[in-house]
Design a protein around this ligand. Sequence first.
Ligand code: AMP
Length: 121
Amino acid sequence: MREVTIFEKIIAGELPCNKVLENDDFLAFHDINPKAPIHILIIPKVHVKNFQELKPEVMSGMTAFIQEIASKLGLDKSGYRLITNNGENGGQEIFHLHFHLLGGAKLAWGHFEDADPKGSF
Ligand code: AMP
């Protein structure tokens, strides 16, 4: 049997989060270890392991939800980066699908093993 993830415990109300937006299907909250001035995680309430296992019909609602958050925070105008880490080589640490929404500054590019991540978001 698989281990219940931290994000499922947040959805269940068993762990706290700094909530940004919620509806019946999705939840958005601030990342506990932000990599940019704005760093929000967006998760589906239904359990999905990662993007590779995501059904396109769930992605449809998630797209609208992410766009709503971006607009709410003014990121639709200033710009943002949307990332999902998938599996081991993608650097996924929590195996409940989440999108990272990053913004609030001009973001550097290049998160690769031989690149120095210091000083970049
Ligand atoms: P990933 O490496 O894509 O699986 O990202 C996991 C993200 O979850 C990291 O950016 C963590 O900082 C973040 N994180 C872990 N635990 C929490 C938590 N309790 N509340 C908010 N963010 C968290």
